[in-house]
Write a protein that binds this ligand. Structure first.
Ligand code: GRF
Length: 233
């Protein structure tokens, strides 16, 4: 069954483009039902419109200007996304931390892409932080990960997929960033397909009365065992 994805972005949207392209080539059995951006000029919105995908621009500023709490923004965002009945909510360069007011609407159905290895360099400057650590001799490589977002922990949660990315002495921040993005595009598509296929296997398992066999994996080994049985819809 083709999975429905809602993709949340804040910028260029090259990872969104990777998903669009993978759907087009049938590498990914999915349909993007909605793209949301919190930034009006995010190029990802243009990419979505070109692909004929519904878009929403939903900024935080009107809420903060009105003194409304962040949880109200998150709850309203959840309502918008829920209308499209996605199977998965994909944070592909979404630069807001989501509270439980959003996450509780999609338990174990929110997927985040982060440009660092598990447990390393959380936050918005992960690639630069890794490059600086390399220059200090603290690390030899970096990487990226796709993980579930069950709670408000930043850039942490059950790991779906990991890709290691080498850093070379000749690298600049720009060359490393470029290599990271290439790795992210591949990893995000692979990880989403794994989750989608896992859903199909789960249904087969259910029919065989094997419903108790699925638990949680924190070890990066991925697959259907990496999450709980709950759906966004
Ligand atoms: C990616 O590096 C993502 O991991 C990070 O923001 C960047 C978004 O890139 N959180 P893009 O908008 O998908 O091109």
């Amino acid at each position: 069954m083709t999975a429905k994805l809602a993709v949340l972005i804040s910028g260029n949207g090259s990872n969104l483009q990777a998903i669009i392209d993978a759907i087009h080539t049938k590498a990914l059995d999915a349909e993007i039902v909605l793209v949301v951006s919190n930034r009006k000029n995010a190029f990802g919105l243009v990419r979505a419109e070109r692909a004929g995908i519904p878009t929403r621009y939903f900024p935080l500023k009107p809420y903060t200007d009105a003194g409304r709490p962040r949880t109200e923004y998150d709850a309203d965002l959840a309502q918008i996304v829920t209308e499209y009945r996605p199977d998965w909510v994909v944070l592909a360069g979404w630069m807001h931390i989501l509270s439980k007011a959003f996450l509780d609407h999609f338990p174990y159905r929110v997927v985040n892409l982060h440009p660092a290895l598990p447990g390393q360099f959380p936050g918005a400057h992960a690639i630069a932080d890794a490059f600086a650590a390399f220059r200090r001799g603290e690390i030899k490589q970096t990487g990226c990960m796709v993980h579930l977002v069950p709670d408000e922990a930043v850039d942490a949660g059950p790991v779906i997929g990991v890709a290691e990315v080498p850093i070379y002495r000749t690298d600049t921040l720009e060359t490393l960033t470029d290599r990271m993005h290439q790795a992210e595009h591949r990893l995000l598509v692979q990880s989403l397909q794994r989750l989608i296929v896992g859903d199909e296997e789960e249904i087969i398992d259910d029919e065989e009365g094997d419903a108790e066999s699925v638990g949680h994996a924190e070890d990066g080994k991925t697959g259907k065992n990496a999450r709980k049985r709950s759906r966004a819809r």
